[in-house]
Design a protein around this ligand. Structure first.
Ligand SMILES: Cc1cc2nc3c(=O)[nH]c(=O)nc-3n(C[C@H](O)[C@H](O)[C@H](O)COP(=O)(O)OP(=O)(O)OC[C@H]3O[C@@H](n4cnc5c(N)ncnc54)[C@H](O)[C@@H]3O)c2cc1C
Length: 591
């Protein structure tokens, strides 16, 4: 089924779900207007449907082939990649001094969602390059920027992230790839990396790897990791391509989904050492890599939104067409489209509501990043940075969980046809699963939220955030619009649950870390559904105020509050009371 960019939903999330309109008025996003943004998004939607969408099935069916160290992408991929780059889409948020358009992350976020809706396996390569650009621009030396940034921004070369090793996945600090000083300012890198997305491909004539490695005299753990730029082909001082570097793909993986995206085992230095160029300081590589990872985490969250949107569109179309059973009073000779059955209605509305909630959380995070980078005074930028840091694990994990959940609901709506590959519903589910695993598993995101983000400024950052959610609830209650049903009450209960669970978490972190860690994943879900419910209500209220077509916004917000936010109470109990049960039952896991 063809992808239709959901421009009305995207626009509503941007305008009413996030604080984009006041941000535009404040002026820290330059002279950009909402009309400009909508024009960019309309064109991006067209490109996603017409240029990227055709790569989706081809990528899934043909996958990638590996022969003599070279990877060939599926038919049509090269052409699509070049057309997309020529349209300037890779450069959308890139730094203007290196050929980028300098548009805010929030605009790029909406486009990222569309690229990944159209073809997630295509989108993942581009999001890594964009993360690499941001990282290199912040932490790279002037010489590295001069040689690499323009090509990365245009898309002439792509970027990768080389972290994972066979014994170092979530525990990056355990990595063993070695770096030695070569004596001329460069380094020799030796080791093996696994699961490297777009580690090798035929889309461009150079690939710029960003590899974590350890010097012999480095301290153990993450404090002893350095970051290196390791090009596939060495770049000469004049920018031309020189000799092939000592880094190669050894194989590509066969995967559950994302067949179009090559996932490579990479060998560095089996000819004496790959030439690497240090980024930042020795032993301070994790901090630099976090710039890339945080950007990529938000983008992976947007993959979750993108795939949920796609699964929803497909399910809606199928449910309108497929006839089974009858509605009340229908003659026995007729049958009804399944969309008329109340259970299917609920499923489809859940898909729509969860998708719009995750979308708005991701866009809100993107705007916080923009404010942190471009906002008014130092204090405002600091506060925005803290907000972006708090929300990034939620944007990543909640949204990719939604991708899987909505993908699965989409399969269910199709019945048996959902399990059969030809409808495409199964592919969305298979592809969606990866979002919950890479860029740090969702379990690791939950731990990051609880152990690193909640304690920011002694809990003040999350407290301020909870205060904002409360103000949205107050506004819902003050509106007293019957179209919102029980929304105010349900959202108030959810925010109270999140507040109590947050206080419990903060206390447990000091007293009983295991209890806090045991509750981290349900806590993140609680954070996500509470935030999502409030942001949908905010969209509904703003639509009401604006006098725009508020009906569908009110209905969706109400549906979410009355059907999904109500999980909050159970999740609070799982977090707060369930930890004891985990401790008590863990003997069952003993061998
Ligand atoms: C298709 C694909 C593409 C990828 N692309 C890249 C890439 O481009 N670059 C790259 O560097 N990596 C990449 N990865 C690797 C990916 O980031 C890792 O798979 C992921 O971080 C998890 O590491 P792991 O597989 O070793 O799992 P493990 O770390 O072994 O984790 C297994 C399980 O244990 C849990 N767990 C681990 N540690 C803890 C803990 N301390 N507390 C609680 N739970 C824990 C995890 O959440 C997970 O559920 C890719 C992976 C895949 C499958």
């Amino acid at each position: 089924m063809t992808y239709h960019a959901p421009l009305a939903d995207i626009s509503c999330a941007l305008k009413y779900g996030t604080a984009l309109v006041p941000a535009l008025e404040e002026g820290f996003l330059g002279d950009l207007t909402m009309d400009d943004i909508e024009a960019v998004l309309t064109e991006a939607g067209r490109v996603a449907s017409e240029i990227l969408e055709p790569t989706n099935r081809a990528g899934d069916q043909y996958g990638t082939t590996f022969k003599d160290g070279a990877v060939t992408t599926a038919p049509g991929w090269k052409e699509a990649y070049h057309a997309w780059c020529e349209g300037g889409w890779n450069a959308l948020s890139g730094p203007p001094e290196w050929g980028g358009q300098g548009l805010p992350q929030i605009v790029n976020a909406a486009c990222t969602e569309m690229w990944n809706s159209a073809s997630m396996a295509f989108g993942v390569g581009t999001l890594l390059t964009m993360g690499a650009i941001d990282m290199l621009n912040v932490h790279g030396s002037d010489e590295l920027k001069r040689l690499y940034l323009e090509k990365l921004v245009s898309g002439a070369w792509t970027g990768t992230m080389l972290l994972t090793e066979p014994h170092a996945g979530s525990d990056v600090g355990a990595l063993r790839t070695r770096a030695e000083r070569a004596g001329d300012g460069t380094y020799r890198i030796t080791g093996q990396k696994i699961f490297i997305t777009y580690g090798e491909h035929d889309l461009t004539d150079n690939i710029v790897h960003f590899a974590l490695a350890r010097l012999a005299d480095a301290p153990p753990g993450t404090r002893g990791i350095s970051l290196f730029l390791v090009p596939k082909v060495i770049v000469n001082a004049d920018g031309s391509l020189g000799a092939r570097n000592d880094v190669r793909a050894h194989s590509v993986e066969h995967k559950l989904g994302m067949h179009g995206s090559p996932t490579c085992t990479m060998i560095l230095g089996d000819q004496g050492g790959a030439t690497g160029f240090l980024i930042g300081q020795e032993n301070a590589g994790m901090a630099c890599m976090f710039t890339m990872m945080n950007r990529a985490r938000l983008a992976v969250g947007l993959q979750g939104v993108g795939i949920a949107e796609r699964a929803t569109q497909q399910a809606l179309a199928y449910a309108r067409e497929r006839k089974q059973g009858r509605t009340l009073g229908m003659p026995a000779t007729e049958s009804a489209p399944i969309i008329l059955h109340p259970g299917i209605k609920r499923t489809l509305l859940s898909m729509q509501a969860l998708t719009q909630a995750a979308r708005t959380i991701c866009y809100t995070t993107a705007l916080a990043i923009d404010r942190a980078e471009r906002g008014g005074d130092k204090a405002a930028r600091h506060a925005a940075h803290a907000r972006a840091s708090l929300l990034t694990p939620v944007a990543k994990a909640f949204s990719t969980d939604i991708g899987v959940e909505v993908g699965w609901l989409g399969v269910q709506v199709h019945g048996g046809m959902g399990y059969i590959e030809e409808t495409g519903a199964a592919q969305y589910l298979r592809d969606a699963c990866l979002g919950a695993i890479y860029e740090g598993t969702n379990g690791i995101q939950a731990i990051d939220l609880v152990t690193r983000k909640l304690p920011f400024d002694g809990g003040a950052v999350v407290e301020t955030y909870l205060g904002e959610l409360r103000r949205i609830v107050d506004a819902v209650n003050a509106t007293n619009d019957p179209a919102l049903g029980w929304s105010g009450v349900r959202l108030e209960e959810a925010v109270e649950s999140l507040t109590r669970a947050t206080h419990w978490m903060l206390a447990r972190l000091a007293e009983d870390t295991d209890a806090a860690l045991a509750g981290a994943t349900p806590y993140l879900r609680l954070f996500g559904i509470t935030t999502g419910g409030c942001l949908l209500a905010q969209q509904a209220l703003a639509a009401l105020r604006d006098g725009t077509d508020a009906g569908p916004r009110l209905a969706l917000a109400r549906f979410f509050a009355e059907n999904i936010s109500v999980e909050a109470g159970a999740l609070e109990r799982t977090v707060v009371e369930g930890a004891a049960g985990v401790a008590c039952a863990e003997t069952m896991l003993a061998q």
